[in-house]
Each structure stands twice: as C-alpha cells, then as structure tokens.
Design a protein around this ligand. Structure first.
Ligand code: NAD
Length: 508
C-alpha cells in the first residue's frame, strides 16, 4: 500500500450512509504521490444530485443522533479516540502518500487531531444551559442548546486528518450529522477516517465524506438542509464560502490564509530564536497556516547576528520522500504549487531580495519526478515586495529589518492577514505590548508556533478568518448548536387565576 497504492475504496469513492459509494457525475481529478510525481488514482467529483441525496440522508440520520442521549454520543467519541490512536501510523502513511508530508510530521498532526477528539468529550459541559427560577409571576425561564442538524465541513489539503477531526468531532459530539468535503488532492485519509467513525459506533449517515471540487462545495453552500458551514483553506476561497454561505442563510466559520511574522528583539536568546524560526518556518515544507514566514529583526545588528545562526541550520536540512526516515520535510503537494513557489523566489530576487540560501531546482535521488523545493531564505524583504504581500505556501522565508519594536508592530499590522505572530525577547514589558497591540488571533512569546491546545479557541483575525464564530475549542460547541429559551409556568391550583391583560408582559 505504501509504494504508491491506495487501498481499494479510499479516495476512489465517496463515503455515504455508512459505506463506500461509487462516482456519480462522470467528473474526476487526479491524486498524486508528491514524493514521486506519479498519479496514484483519480478521485470522483460529486455533482449536485449526490449532494442533495447525502444532505437528505444526513438530515434524517442527524435527527435521531441529535436525540441520542449525551452518554451514548460520548461513548462514540471515547471509542473514536482509542481507534484513531490505534490507527495513527496507518493514517500517517495515507497522509504522507498523498500530501508529501513526512511520517513524523503526519504523526504530529494526528496527535493534534486527537486533542480535538478528546476535547469533544467536554460537549455536555460546554453546552449546558441556564435556569432562572421565578423570574416573575411564578414563571421559570431556562435556556438549552440543540444541534443545528447538519454541518458541511470543507477541508484543505495540508492537514488531511487533523482538520476533519477538529471540525467534525465537536459537531458529532453535540449531536449533528456531518458532510465532509475533503480536499480533492488528499481524499484517502478522509475515507479512512469515515470508516473509523463507523467502527466507533456512529450510526450510518451521521458522518459522510463527499469528494469533489467547487461544484460540490457550492451545492453544499446552497442546500437549504445544511445550516452550518466550517471551512479551512485559502483566503480567496474562504471569502467566497463566507459570502455565498451567509447569503444562503447559513452560519459560517471560515479559517483562511496567514502570513505569520516572528519579531526578534536585540535582547532575545538568538540561538533559541534561530531554532524556532527554522522549525516553524520550514516544517511541513512551510505548508502550514501557522508557519512563520517572515523574520522581523529589530536592529541591523540583530539581523547580522541571527542570519548565520539560521543559515547554519537551513544548510543541514534533509529533504526527501515522505517515507524516507530522517527527512526534515518532504515535497510540495502539486507540481503547480512547486512551480508557484519557485516563481515567487525568482520574483523576490528581481524585486531586490538578497539570496541567503537557494533551494530552487532540488532533485531527490529516487524521487526525480517529485515536487520538491529546497529551503530558501531571502534577506532584505520590504513591504513593497510580493514575497511579503502574498502567503507563499512553500519553503521560501524572508528576513526583514525594523528600526524599533514600534515599527515592527506597525509592519505586522500592515499585513492583511492576522493569523499568528510571535516575539522573541527577554523583556516582559515588550512582550506584553506586542500581545496587546498586534492584530493577530494567535500570539506567541518565545515559542515557535502558537497553535493553542484543544481546550483554547483557535482562530485568526482580519482576513485570516471570516465569520464571528470559532470552530475549534470551546466556542465550537456554541457554533454547532442553537439556543432556545423557554419561559414556563406550572399553575398552582391553590392560587387564583390571573386577570386578563393585553399589556406587554412585565415580570412583577
Ligand atoms: P483551498 O482554498 O484551495 O481549498 C480548500 C477547500 O476549498 C478544498 O476542499 C477545495 O476543494 C475547496 N475549494 C477550492 N476552490 C474552491 C472554489 N472556487 N469554490 C469552492 N470551494 C473551493 O486551500 P488549500 O490549498 O487546500 O489549503 C491551503 C490554505 O489553507 C492556505 O491558505 C492555508 O493558510 C489555509 N489554512 C488555514 C488554516 C487556518 O486555521 N487558518 C489551517 C489550515 C490551512
């Protein structure tokens, strides 16, 4: 299976109503092994008819699941946690095969996905209601939460297991049915996850996975039976998802692109900063929304001292196939992605960037057709350059220089994205000011990648997130449920009947 073959069914079929379902529309697209460049199989693209069918089925299945006791729902979540932990290595191989990510990196992603499953066991705690006794005239008022019904989860390629688990576990735990639309570039792991939900005891039709492209997504966005949409992906697509979904009356949480700056002050531990920059900058071939992409050195001297420390580490990085032991990172997801990254490097040089380490044109022995680019570092990036403006989803990182902490903060805030940002310093006061003034959703102080643990909310600001809701962390439970408030009176026959009045009711 690991030599470029995918087990039967995975990615070649949809997963609907508790089992695999063949293609319906006649449309399909290629799935590659990025480590060799070979096409492994073609995945079917669902059409509108199939989306209609699965939405109707999910609605019926979700109604029963939403009425299942909390205890019953949690049993499934607990079993899913054990099953995913048991299957982690196999899932990691599916992830690596289709995304190019190294096996150790894929295991890391699955570990973070497990955190989301574990946190979903808190669903009863984070959705419990409120009760006020005798608010007036013998009336008690209480609020409770119910599942929204069916949730459409539209996932990106770069976390084929973690994002579906983060989006889906709380949706399931709060009593919804899920229609997952995995990235068409990595549909295999989602298929396996779907089987695992069934093995965990989830009734047929509560978790479905529909493969496809924009046509399937738009059918989900427009379907009146799917009231909530979780999306993770690029800003261009996420903005469309949010606009189109809300236009169709849905609640939408869309997590999108990032450009994460790492500010280093002259007093920082520069060895620690260099280690963090290389790990968070180049891990996963920089295909992470939380990857550090720009190093902002405060003061020329900081830049001159830090640059060789980083260069030494970059020069030693090992790049190769997902299943070659000891690799630091693997291939980019597609040939087009690799070509776009190399074009961005070319342009940065013509715009005045200074090459520090050139990773273009990398060939890996045994993977000559693979979509590889080596680690690239370019100094003297300025806000006028495309390398700063665009999210570059590949291993080219930049160095910028700022005269002061104030101008570094201004630079970070001048970018349209606000996913994450970190500062390295020994000054508590500078760190506090950075956290108060930087407009990013996830901030770090002397840590490489500020991805919060599962019981804290995750999500960016500005054009890194569309919609008010969070889909990970405690707020996810509120996003996936609707609140009802009941005012009730149980008449006490011993008391006289109230007089009739048509005035707006008070609570005397
Ligand atoms: P993408 O936007 O290309 O695709 C995401 C999903 O949208 C896929 O399922 C795809 O099929 C679908 N899609 C693509 N084009 C569409 C269209 N025109 N209409 C409707 N649906 C469409 O993103 P990607 O390349 O798979 O993932 C990488 C992006 O995801 C990066 O920008 C990264 O920063 C972002 N990301 C963000 C977070 C976060 O938490 N903010 C996490 C992971 C990834």
């Amino acid at each position: 299976m690991m030599d470029g073959n995918m087990p039967d069914g995975y990615g070649r079929n949809h997963y609907i109503g508790g089992g695999f379902r063949p293609a319906d529309s006649g449309r399909s697209g290629p799935v590659f092994n990025p480590s060799t460049g070979a096409e492994i199989y073609r995945t079917p693209y669902a059409g509108r008819t199939l989306v209609d069918e699965v939405a109707a089925l999910a609605r019926r299945a979700g109604r029963d699941w939403g009425e299942a006791s909390q205890a019953r729902r949690l049993q499934v979540i607990f079993r899913m946690r054990e099953i995913v932990a048991r299957e982690a290595e196999n899932l990691a191989r599916l992830v690596g095969l289709e995304s190019g990510k190294t096996l150790s990196d894929a295991m890391g992603e699955i570990g973070r996905g497990l955190e989301a499953v574990e946190f979903a066991t808190n669903a009863p705690q984070v959705t419990k209601g409120e009760y006020s006794r005798n608010v007036g005239g013998g009336i008690d008022t209480f609020s409770f939460r119910q599942p929204v019904g069916v949730v459409g989860c539209i996932a990106p390629f770069n976390f084929p297991v973690m994002v579906p688990l983060m989006m889906g576990s709380m949706a399931i735990a709060t009593g919804n049915a899920v229609i997952l639309k995995p990235s068409e570039r990595v549909p295999g792991a989602a298929a396996r996850l779907s089987e695992l939900w069934t093995e965990a005891g989830l009734p047929a039709g509560v978790w479905n996975s529909v493969n496809g492209d924009a046509e399937a997504v738009d059918a989900i966005l427009e379907h009146p039976g799917i009231p909530a949409i979780s999306f993770v992906g690029s800003t261009r697509v996420g903005e469309h998802i949010w606009r189109h979904g809300t236009h169709h009356g849905k609640r939408v949480a869309a997590y999108t692109g990032g450009k994460n700056h790492m500010v280093v002050l002259p007093d920082a531990d520069l060895e620690a900063a260099a280690r963090a920059f290389v790990a968070a900058g180049y891990g996963s071939a920089s295909q992470r929304c939380m990857a550090v992409s720009m190093l902002v050195c405060v003061g020329e001297d900081t830049a001159e001292r830090l640059r060789p420390l980083i260069l030494k580490r970059i020069a030693g990085l090992q790049i190769g196939a997902y299943d070659t032991p000891g690799m630091d990172f693997g291939a980019l997801v597609t040939r087009a992605a690799r070509d776009a990254v190399e074009a961005a490097i070319d342009r940065a040089l013509t715009e005045g960037g200074e090459m520090v380490h050139d990773g273009r044109g990398l060939t890996v022995a045994g993977g000559e057709g693979g979509f590889f680019t080596g680690a690239t570092l370019i100094d003297r990036i300025t806000p006028e350059m495309q390398l700063w403006r665009d999210e570059i989803f590949g291993p080219v990182r930049g160095i910028m220089r700022a005269a002061s902490l104030d101008s570094a903060i201004d630079l970070v805030n001048a970018h349209e994205y606000g996913n994450g940002a970190v500062i390295f310093t020994r000054s508590g006061g500078a760190a506090a000011r950075f956290c108060a003034e930087v407009e990013a959703g996830m901030l770090g102080v002397n840590v490489p990648v500020p991805v919060p643990v599962g019981h804290h909310n995750f999500g960016g600001l500005r054009r890194s997130k569309f919609g008010d809701a969070h889909m990970f962390g405690p707020d996810a439970a509120r996003f996936y449920t609707k609140m009802k408030t009941v005012s009730q009176r149980w008449p006490d026959e011993a008391k006289a009947a109230l007089p009739l009045t048509l005035d707006f009711p008070g609570n005397d």
